[in-house]
Design a protein around this ligand. Structure first.
Ligand code: NAD
Length: 373
């Protein structure tokens, strides 16, 4: 089976789907691997490194002959139009945001698996690219935020006086949020956290964060490890709580996500106005609409003396680690689905069913269907 790796074309994308180390492992297992020349450069992997690992270095056009095309980001429609008929595509896909691409994949009978749709179950942890990337992004969001702040994080007692620790407020204690909490604590900040899932309280506290409890009898439902939407009443109560806390915060990191939905607005324009001059917001949810009402996609803006960072691709700012982990995730999914002789097509198996989006000319993914219908 021929695996092809395309160079990513999305703006500011520095990651690549396979690292030389993972190529070596796949070649050992009998796969033929072809890498588009220069695909790894953004992650400091030279063509020569891939060659030594056993890959062929080829042009973009040659990659289109592969049986399986591996990417970080979804194929563009132009790319998909050149994949060979009945090829298999594995990448991040966010299929419910891409109905036209899905039509194109179906028209060409391309089978697609979405890395972002791998179920969050223990068996699939090694394939969970959303978690591996969000983990890195949570770390980097704190580092970017700290860099934009005109003050330090830790308590410092000096001959010239005592500096009090910075206050960091984190919304959402999922993968990105927990790593942001751990990083901010390591740097010496005081960290407060809000999440709608009560079970996150214990995790937050074990990292040294303070959990802000929304007093309500409402039980937040979860599905597949994701929070479902909460009521307007819950959000109003949460906002009241946040309103008081945000005035004192130096850095706010927002990571609140409701799968398949626009992100909830947690930081309103009014709240930004109430923040201290020089404080910073990193809105990690900016790609799905943002948790801050006035953050801007892929821009850093200053509003009401507050710096608001809306970087949508933070993992790409750590391309070396992000590519290493993504390569492990995508190869683990591939090896779960196939060996060098072909795919197993176990259609009722949980991971296959969860990640399979288009197959034999049809959209087969129930969750995507329900959102697009
Ligand atoms: P996750 O599902 O693990 O965590 C999201 C958390 O948000 C959950 O704990 C959920 O309970 C919580 N949440 C939902 N509604 C909330 C509300 N009203 N208030 C407080 N918390 C609420 O997701 P994740 O993998 O940690 O990713 C978090 C976000 O960061 C997502 O939007 C993701 O797309 C984004 N992300 C951005 C980048 C970037 O580069 N900007 C990188 C990785 C992830």
């Amino acid at each position: 089976m021929i695996l092809g790796v395309l160079k990513e074309t999305k703006i500011n994308e520095r990651r690549v789907a396979l690292s030389p180390e993972i190529v070596k492992m796949l070649v050992k297992k009998g796969f033929q691997v072809q890498i588009e020349s220069g695909a790894g450069l953004g992650s400091n992997f030279a063509d020569e490194d891939y060659k030594l690992a056993g890959a062929g270095i080829v042009s973009k056009t040659e990659i289109f002959n592969a049986d399986v095309v591996l990417k970080v980001n979804a194929p563009t429609r132009e790319e998909a139009s050149q994949y060979k008929k009945q090829a298999v595509s594995i990448s991040l896909l966010y299929p419910y945001t891409q109905p036209e691409l899905l039509d194109m994949l179906n028209a060409r009978q391309i089978t697609s698996f979405a890395m972002d749709a791998v179920p969050r179950i223990s068996r699939a942890q090694k394939m969970d690219a959303l978690s591996s990337q969000a983990n890195l992004a949570g770390y980097k969001a704190v580092v970017i935020g700290a860099n934009a702040l005109g003050k330090i994080f830790p308590l410092m007692m000096t001959a010239a006086g005592t500096i009090t620790p910075a206050k960091v407020l984190v919304f959402g204690a999922g993968v990105a949020g927990l790593q942001a909490i751990a990083t901010a604590k390591r740097l010496g900040a005081v960290v407060e956290v809000s999440d709608v899932r009560p079970e996150t309280k214990e995790q937050v506290e074990s990292l040294g964060g303070r959990f802000l409890v929304v007093e309500t009898a409402e039980e937040v439902k979860t599905e597949g490890g994701y929070a479902k939407e909460v009521s307007q009443e819950f959000l109003a109560k949460q906002q009241q709580l946040i309103k008081d806390k945000i005035k004192d915060a130096d850095l706010v990191i927002t990571t609140a996500l409701v799968m398949g939905k626009k992100s909830p607005i947690l930081v309103t324009e009014e709240m930004v106005k109430s923040m201290k001059a020089g404080s910073v917001i990193v809105d990690m949810a900016v790609e799905s609409g943002g948790n801050c009402e006035i953050s801007e996609f892929n821009k850093t803006v200053e509003k009401y003396n507050v710096t608001i960072i809306g970087e949508s691709n933070i993992p790409s700012l750590l391309p070396v680690n992000a590519s290493q982990l993504y390569a492990t995730n995508i190869s683990a999914l591939l090896l779960h689905l196939a060996n060098n002789e072909g795919f197993k097509w176990e259609m009722d198996e949980e991971i296959t069913k969860g990640a399979l989006i288009t197959h034999q000319g049809e959209l087969v993914h129930e969750f995507t269907k329900s959102i697009l219908s």
